[in-house]
Unconditional design. Structure first.
Length: 66
């Protein structure tokens, strides 16, 4: 399955994953961990262990500062 991963404000990539892939698996080729980002489908966050059921996601980097 090919999924379009749009990293908001950065770039868009095509990621190839297996049929049993989770949303966390979409981050493997990216330089981010699930603790640094939120994966969104149709504007809603999805759990990292949820099965990928779409062909397009947005990845939003979380900002931490003080």
């Amino acid at each position: 399955m090919r999924v379009t991963v749009d990293v908001v404000g950065e770039d868009t990539r095509e990621v190839e994953v297996g049929a049993d892939a989770t949303y966390a698996d979409l981050l493997d080729p990216l330089p981010y961990s699930y603790q640094e980002v939120s994966v969104m489908v149709d504007g809603r966050p999805v759990p990292e262990d949820g099965p990928v059921e779409t062909d397009s996601v947005q990845v939003v980097r979380l900002v931490k500062g003080g």
